[in-house]
Design a protein around this ligand. Structure first.
Ligand SMILES: NC(=O)c1ccc[n+]([C@@H]2O[C@H](COP(=O)([O-])OP(=O)(O)OC[C@H]3O[C@@H](n4cnc5c(N)ncnc54)[C@H](OP(=O)(O)O)[C@@H]3O)[C@@H](O)[C@H]2O)c1
Length: 331
């Protein structure tokens, strides 16, 4: 494949608002040992990209300074020591950065074949959310079929996949979201009960729908004052999984219910984990999640697409929280 010398990118010129995302031209990245070069056709936008743009979520050492944690496209070149992939293969990939560009490098183990029946935009919307949901809800949270899950931010990119995946694997799912329309959207995604947190007390609703027992797992991206309320929502032996803290990293909690209900408080971040860990996750996802996507039990929810050059508009939409599902850049 003939490769150009340079590529279009969107870079973060300085920490700040959406307008610091500026189109530029850069040399193509060179795939290192064990890496592939992907010609990007679509790149998912995630809330962590917004935090990075604001200066609060720096790329890990060695990662591209460009935003973009997930892409779909075709493999354009192989670095040394890559097995299992060929030039021309259609893939989606989890990145530690660099997705807002015509070309991006990815460790080969973090690439997955396009799920059957999906286009590039749909495929690009998956890696960051599916990896995050799989490792947090099912590995750390240990959600089992027949158990119940409370997802906050049910219409977020993460929430829309968490609801569908947990339902597809046989769990009962409750999801919070801001406003009646979003609560209904959670139910359309499969939630047994969408909770409009602006007009309903989610703790009271969870107690009512579970006959006061509570849920087995809470997936939390809100933090702050949600912590004691989440703990209130957990059943004996419940697991609380933190993936973000949109309302702040500090919380005051009563330790008594942790002992009395034998609760587990855990959490994780995806970006900083090793290639080996992400590769193991990719294999589990290909085995357990890709077949559910192929039969339509789990579908990417695409709210909007923007051309790469309009990344600032994509970020503005994300920060307005007006979206349901994912926002994707096209190239
Ligand atoms: N730990 C990890 O490995 C990891 C990986 C990826 C993402 N994340 C985190 O997961 C979260 C979701 O990511 P995403 O890309 O799916 O984001 P997203 O689509 O932008 O969704 C975030 C949602 O959070 C809700 N929200 C915003 N501010 C809030 C607040 N102050 N209180 C309560 N809810 C609020 C909004 O929905 P409503 O309108 O319903 O409020 C919004 O739609 C982000 O915080 C992100 O940083 C963590």
């Amino acid at each position: 494949m003939d490769l150009p010398q340079t590529m279009r990118v969107v870079e973060i010129t300085e920490p700040g608002g959406p307008d610091v995302l500026v189109a530029a031209t850069r040399p193509l990245p060179v795939p290192g040992p064990g890496e592939v070069l992907i010609r990007v056709e679509a790149a998912g936008v995630n809330r962590p990209d917004v935090f990075q743009r604001q200066g609060g979520y720096p790329p890990p050492p060695g990662a591209s300074d460009l935003p973009g944690l997930e892409v779909a496209g075709t493999i354009a070149a192989l670095g040394p020591d890559v097995t299992g992939w060929r030039v021309g293969d259609a893939v989606c990939a989890l990145l530690a950065g660099g997705g807002y560009a015509d070309y991006a490098t990815a460790p080969a183990p973090q690439c997955l074949p396009l799920p059957e029946g999906l286009d590039m935009v749909q495929a690009a919307s998956l890696p960051e959310t599916v990896f995050t949901v799989w490792t947090n809800v099912f590995e750390r949270g240990g959600l089992l079929p027949g158990e119940s899950l409370l997802v906050h931010g049910g219409t977020s990119g993460i929430g829309s996949i968490a609801i569908q995946l947990a339902k597809a694997l046989g769990s009962i799912v409750y999801a919070t979201a801001g406003g009646p329309e979003k609560a209904k959207a959670c139910e359309a995604l499969g939630a047994d009960r969408g909770i409009d947190y602006r007009n309903e007390d989610f703790v009271a609703v969870i107690k009512e729908v579970t006959g006061k027992r509570g849920v087995n797992v809470v997936l939390d991206m809100v933090g702050g004052d949600y912590l004691p309320r989440n703990i209130d929502c957990l059943a004996p032996d419940g697991r609380h999984v933190t993936i973000a803290f949109l309302r702040g990293p500090k919380a005051e909690i009563n330790l008594t219910p942790i002992m009395l209900k034998r609760l587990t408080l855990t959490g994780s971040t995806l970006r900083a984990r090793s290639v080996a860990q992400k590769g193991a996750l990719a294999q589990a996802i290909q085995q357990h999640v890709w077949p559910l996507i192929a039969v339509g039990k789990v579908r990417p929810v695409i709210h909007a697409t923007f051309p790469l050059e309009q990344a600032a508009s994509a970020h503005r939409l994300m920060e307005s929280s007006g979206h349901i599902g994912k926002i994707v850049l096209t190239l």
